[in-house]
Design a protein around this ligand. Structure first.
Ligand code: COA
Length: 181
């Protein structure tokens, strides 16, 4: 079941293999990968494997993942990506992430998307808690999560393998009855 999302300025549509080139271009930008464990793709076949994995897990019932391409309302160009991974168990958890092309940073788009993912998790998937992990140096993303009403619940030391180093990670979350800005 496709799960499109709209926000005041953006449209999110689930990815297909036709988005491969755009996804590859986004993943090949060093600033986008700075706090990411994926690492820059060596070539497009590496991105193709990743996209196929995402499509596989997104096609299982129950759904193991949702991956969206993000576009401006009036344009079909990919400006970012977002995802949600539901736990599919009695804990009713879901983990979200998002990333944007740098020319679209600083306009509030990530906050708009993160809020929409949280709403999708609670309203459509009936989750109890939505979580996100963020490298402790990723100040922009930390700000995004806090603007969405997420609480920093803990620090996990040295769990993110990023460019040959083990990096610390903050765990953020929001529960279904927490206030939502
Ligand atoms: C993290 C990311 C998604 C943020 O996107 P964005 O659209 O710029 O985010 P927003 O505009 O909604 O909010 C950014 C906030 O960070 C603040 N910010 C920017 N640079 C900052 C810095 N160096 N230190 C602290 N805050 C900073 C902005 O001022 C803004 O907060 P404000 O609204 O209170 O002014 C984007 O930088 C990105 O795609 N990064 C690469 C991928 C990534 O790290 N994804 C997150 C993985 S957890």
């Amino acid at each position: 079941m496709p799960a499109p999302i709209t926000t005041p300025r953006l449209r999110l549509r689930e990815i297909t293999l036709a988005d491969l080139n755009d996804i590859h271009r986004l993943h090949a930008i060093p600033e986008v990968d700075e706090f990411n464990t994926l690492g820059l793709p060596k070539d497009i076949s590496e991105t193709r494997k990743l996209v196929k994995r995402l499509l596989d897990s997104g096609s299982r019932i129950p759904r193991e993942s949702y991956t969206w391409k993000i576009m401006l309302c009036d344009c079909d160009v990919l400006i970012g990506m977002a995802g949600l991974t539901p736990s599919n168990d009695k804990f009713r958890l879901g983990e979200i992430y998002y990333k944007f092309h740098p020319e679209f940073w600083g306009m509030g788009f990530a906050t708009e998307v993160a809020k929409a993912l949280i709403r999708f998790g609670f309203n459509r998937l009936k989750l109890h808690k939505v979580e996100a992990g963020v490298a402790t140096g990723n100040k922009r993303s930390i700000r995004v999560l806090e603007k969405c009403g997420m609480t920093r619940e803990g620090l996990r030391r040295k769990i993110l393998p990023i460019r040959g180093e083990w990096v610390d990670n903050y765990h953020y979350a929001i529960v279904e009855d927490d206030p939502r800005p």
